[in-house]
Ligand binder design. Structure first.
Ligand code: GDP
Ligand code: IMO
Ligand code: MG
Length: 429
């Protein structure tokens, strides 16, 4: 702190929710700046588990201001459901702030997401079906509806009159039908506006004021570097920039305002949905990682593909985000493996490749070149807190060597080590 970003270094689901909640213990404000409810961020505090899709992961901490920045696309149904659930569990969401500039996901975005996936035939992206691609497309095409529009009936009506005829034409061509007419949609959106008016504001002013006052601000990334629209495994990516650069545009702060960039790095690799994944394991080890790691999507419930750690991915993430530190998560899941492998290069068409290529066809042909390291035996679940109290030196020697190896190859220090789902199952170095 004072300002820190928490960013996924792989294909999402690295444990950003857990690490954000952990770090939020010293934050005054947590800011989401991209993505939508395609994200699924899990937090475990004691026996309570929270799965957040649209609300920032500082929301379960008392006294933290939680900001949904302008770069996020807001799913009103998700928002409604999540706020209701948190309130029913005794959590107060009064510290929530939503940017008046954030675009809104509408029913046609969900319908078009499904229609586009069907039309891709066997080449689907495997989206979460939340309308992410179509909503970001509309934002860029200047056909979006924004949170602030819901507060101004005249503006909202004008926007719907401009945008809706285009959307209806496209839906007609793609063979999907909207259940609502314009009047119904208009009324529904105005009702949301009235309900959420108290949260909607110019969040750029809020975030900058907090930084000016020396408050601790945490920027919480969604998805991960390899799902970034520019730098990920295009076209098998999400529709937003997920790298650190997106913080500025997505929350309205200048590039000099972020002090530390923490990459959340799962000790092995997972990916949900389609697309290249060179170190994927389709064997018993992959199955073990999936089962022990509970690798099933927080948003869609789909099984996550699992594989070894890939240093080309790690190096890509370190460079693109300017990572200043790692939080390494899920090391406990690898307990008991005799040896562990790390990809240090690919062999593509007989040539060694050391940087992550942009061509997905090449990636499909990539054969990882591995280095093998010693694995470590585990510990009993009831011993976890004893290890946490003992700190880094209490971790198995080979695990420390594994972390040291990642640090040396990536030149990024690992400041947080996570060895369990729980908030407290975490070591700060
Ligand atoms: P996010 O999208 O990056 O926030 O990650 P998800 O919440 O989708 O997925 C991470 C999963 O791993 C969640 O179920 C977490 O509770 C869990 N998790 C996070 N850190 C650890 C860890 O160090 N060990 C174990 N065993 N589970 C963890
Ligand atoms: P968190 O924040 C993992 C993946 C989808 C799909 C691709 C495009 O929990 O890490 P989209 O619906 O965004 O158009 O889908 O991106 N994807 C994620 N994978 N974690 C996520 O978020 C993801 N958000 C999107 O599975 O392959
Ligand atoms: Mg997730």
């Amino acid at each position: 702190m004072p300002s820190i970003a928490v960013i996924g270094a792989q294909w999402g689901d690295e444990g950003k929710g857990k690490i954000t909640d952990y770090e939020a213990g010293r934050a005054d404000m947590v800011v989401r700046y991209q993505g939508g409810s395609n994200a699924g961020h899990t937090i475990k505090v004691g026996e309570e588990v929270f799965a957040l899709h649209i609300l920032p992961s500082g929301i379960v901490r008392k006294g933290v201001i939680n900001v949904i920045g302008n770069g996020v696309i807001v799913d009103l149904i998700s928002l409604d459901r999540e706020i209701a659930e948190l309130e029913s569990r005794g959590k107060n969401v009064e510290g929530l702030k939503i940017s008046d500039r954030a675009n809104v996901i509408l029913n046609w975005h969900r319908l078009l997401d499904g229609a586009e996936e069907r039309l891709r035939g066997s080449k689907t992206v495997g989206t979460t079906g939340k309308g992410i691609g179509p909503c970001y497309s509309d934002k860029i095409a200047r056909s979006g509806i924004r949170m602030g529009d819901l507060l101004d009936p005249e503006l909202l009506e004008e926007r719907l009159d401009t945008v809706m005829p285009m959307k209806l034409k496209v839906m007609d061509i793609l063979g999907v039908r909207l259940a609502q007419n314009k009047e119904e949609l208009f009324k529904e959106l105005l009702a949301y506006g009235r309900k959420y008016e108290k949260y909607i504001t110019d969040t750029s002013v809020l975030v900058n004021d907090a930084l000016d006052q020396g408050k601790n601000v945490l920027f919480e990334g969604a998805q991960g570097t390899m799902l970034d629209i520019d730098h990920g495994t295009y076209p098998f990516v999400t529709s937003s920039n997920c790298v650190a650069g997106a913080i500025c545009t997505g929350s309205g702060v200048g590039p000099k305002r972020v002090d530390e960039i923490m990459g959340v790095l799962k000790a092995y690799t997972t990916r949900v949905g389609a697309g290249p994944f060179p170190t994927e394991l389709k064997d018993a080890t992959g199955e073990m990682l999936m089962n022990v790691g509970g690798e099933f999507g927080t948003t869609t419930g789909r099984a996550r593909r699992c594989g070894w750690l890939d240093l080309l991915v790690v190096e890509h993430a370190a460079r693109l985000n300017g990572l200043t530190q790692f939080a390494v998560t899920k090391l406990d899941v690898m307990n008991g493996l005799k040896t562990v492998k790390v990809a240090v290069a690919y062999e593509i068409d007989g040539k060694k490749v050391y940087h992550f290529p942009g061509n997905f066809k090449m990636l499909e042909r990539a054969k990882p070149v591995y280095e093998e390291l010693d694995g470590w035996s585990g510990w009993k679940e009831e011993e976890t807190m004893e290890i946490v109290r003992g700190g880094f030196d209490a971790l198995p020697k080979e695990m420390r060597q594994y972390i040291g190896y990642i640090e040396k190859r990536s030149k990024v220090p690992a400041r947080i080590i996570s060895i369990g789902k729980g908030r407290e199952e975490t070591i700060r170095r």
